[in-house]
Structure formats: structure tokens, C-alpha cells
Design a binder for this molecule. Structure first.
Ligand code: CMP
Length: 137
């Protein structure tokens, strides 16, 4: 069945002018862009989005980073898009993400507390529906 996922181009990706390149790679893999907008996220929105990370050492730096500039939010659709996008994004740590992935090709460690890893993708169908409800209320 057709699945949906929430993709965020994080502030580092937007600031570096990589939004078009990132969206283009996802479309080129074959997924359909269903929703798209640029947002200045509020702290309230980010607290909902990252509720599972409350209490982790990187939680506050993560929220501050996500508040540091505009974010591009998108919904992509297609069979197995959740795992397909996560594979295309590469592993969370951009320093060791495989070349050929978005994080592996465009990301690295900048020596700051939070991993600035360019993109977010939902990790399950349940998170996708929850996150799409938050960003596209
Ligand atoms: P994301 O997929 O948006 O989900 C949580 C984010 O927290 C993750 O991407 C990274 O940006 C960040 N993150 C996850 N683990 C760590 C970590 N160990 N140290 C710093 N930042 C992290």
C-alpha cells in the first residue's frame, strides 16, 4: 500500500542552499512530492515533534538548532517510502554516513553539540502520521 513520510530539510540544509538538491534526489528516486512548505518552526511545534527525545543530552541543543533558521517540510509518498528515504538519507552521524547518501555526500561534523545532519525522515508509519499532523495541521 502507498505510504507517506515526513521529510524535513533542517536549518543547515536550507542555509547551505541544498533544499533543491535534496528534494530533487528524493523525486529522482521515484517518490511523489505531495506537500511542501518553508516554516520558521516554533518551540511548541518542535517540542511535539521531538517529544521522544525529551531528557536526552542533545535535546535542548537540537531544539535550539531547529529554531536557528527556516526549515522546509515535505510529505513524500510511495511504496516503502519510509525505509526508502532513510536509506537515501544515510545514517544519523553525517561523518560516517555512506557516500552516495544525502548525509554522506553533503554533511559532516562541525564540532557542535548537536548532529547537524541536513534532513529528518519519519522512522515508522505511526511516527509519519503523527509528524505529518504536527507540521501540516
Ligand atoms: P533526527 O532524525 O531529526 O532525530 C533526532 C536528532 O537528534 C537527529 O536527527 C540528530 O540531529 C540529533 N541527534 C541524534 N543523536 C544525537 C547525538 N548522539 N548527539 C547529538 N545529536 C544527536
Amino acid at each position: 500500500s502507498i505510504e507517506r513520510t515526513l521529510v524535513l530539510v533542517k536549518p543547515d540544509g536550507v542555509q547551505r542552499g541544498l533544499t533543491g538538491t535534496i528534494l530533487s534526489r528524493i523525486e529522482a528516486k521515484g517518490y511523489r512530492l505531495a506537500e511542501l512548505k518553508q516554516v520558521e518552526a516554533s518551540r511548541e511545534l518542535l517540542e511535539k515533534h521531538y517529544e521522544e527525545h525529551v531528557g536526552k543530552p542533545f535535546y535542548e541543543p537540537l531544539v535550539e538548532f531547529m529554531l536557528s533558521g527556516p526549515v522546509v517540510a515535505a510529505v513524500f509518498e510511495g511504496h516503502r517510502v519510509i525505509e526508502g528515504f532513510r536509506s537515501l538519507a544515510g545514517t544519523t552521524d553525517p561523518t560516517i554516513a555512506a557516500p552516495g547518501t544525502i548525509r554522506g555526500d553533503f554533511g559532516r561534523d562541525w564540532g557542535v553539540k548537536v548532529q547537524q545532519n541536513l534532513v529528518h525522515g519519519s522512522d515508522s508509519a505511526e511516527s509519519a502520521e503523527r509528524e505529518i499532523g504536527i507540521w501540516f495541521a
